[in-house]
Design a protein around this ligand. Structure first.
Ligand code: URA
Length: 234
């Protein structure tokens, strides 16, 4: 099958838009850059778009995990560290995490073999919201919160507006909820750093309205059909 037809059949985008992804070098076949019009064996070849595997197969699997600290969000780690895949029940090797949480970040992580959904949930133009519980040392002023809400400059580009509010103030720390709509590297930690605050604990608690609920740290469960439906329509 031609690569653009295959990608379109996987639900990545229209054939023409898939050609653009190929031209932009975002598509790989078995780890090397795909070229326009290339033929693939859809039963054998491994195709990725911006690093996310795509597949034709129906009957996808969807898991939600409460990722603990000390695990990397990759299928395999070159340094031999534990990966989130180690926490899953036996599986056929097609599953992978949707997006990334830092090694030291906990919380809601989706794991699936549905490349179409993974692609849409992580694509920057979709601005899917993610809510984090953050603990910082010391206090934070309303003026500093307003700076975060308005967006700050990181790597020469302004961050999107975000929602942030305090949920608990202790003698030596503050807990907050922050809802962001981007997936930039270390975004939450760097946002707080920009107003001089160090994040000492970070946990993702929601993607859109899908919440971690009472899922215990390190545990995984299958998503319910209504949850999958919700994510597909985000
Ligand atoms: N922001 C971060 O700084 N780290 C994460 O893991 C997620 C969002």
């Amino acid at each position: 099958m031609r690569i653009n037809k295959f990608l379109a059949a996987c639900g990545v985008a229209s054939r023409r838009a898939c050609d653009k992804l190929i031209e932009d070098g975002k598509v790989e076949i078995n780890g090397r850059r795909a070229s326009l019009g290339e033929e693939i064996n859809e039963n054998k070849d491994k195709v990725t778009v911006e690093g996310v595997p795509v597949a034709l197969r129906g009957g996808h699997e969807y898991f939600i995990m409460n990722k603990p600290k000390g695990y990397v969000c990759t299928v395999k780690d070159e340094k031999g560290r534990k990966t989130v895949m180690d926490l899953l029940p036996a599986h056929d090797g097609r599953l992978y995490p949707v997006g990334r949480l830092d090694y030291d970040t906990e919380g809601l992580l989706l794991i699936t073999d549905d490349g179409d959904l993974a692609f849409r949930l992580t694509h920057p133009t979709n601005e899917i919201t993610k809510t984090y519980l953050v603990k910082i040392e010391g206090g934070i002023t309303e003026r500093e919160l307003n700076i975060l809400r308005a967006g700050v400059e990181l790597d020469g580009k302004r961050t999107n507006k975000c929602a942030v509010h305090t949920v608990e103030t202790g003698k030596t720390f503050t807990r907050l909820h922050i809802t962001v709509s981007e997936g930039r590297y270390h975004l939450v930690r760097r946002l707080f750093e920009s107003v001089g605050k160090e994040v000492v604990f970070l946990k993702r608690i929601r993607i859109g309205e899908l919440s971690l609920g009472s899922l215990e740290r390190g545990k995984v469960r299958r998503l319910r059909a209504d949850e999958v439906f919700y994510l597909k329509n985000l």
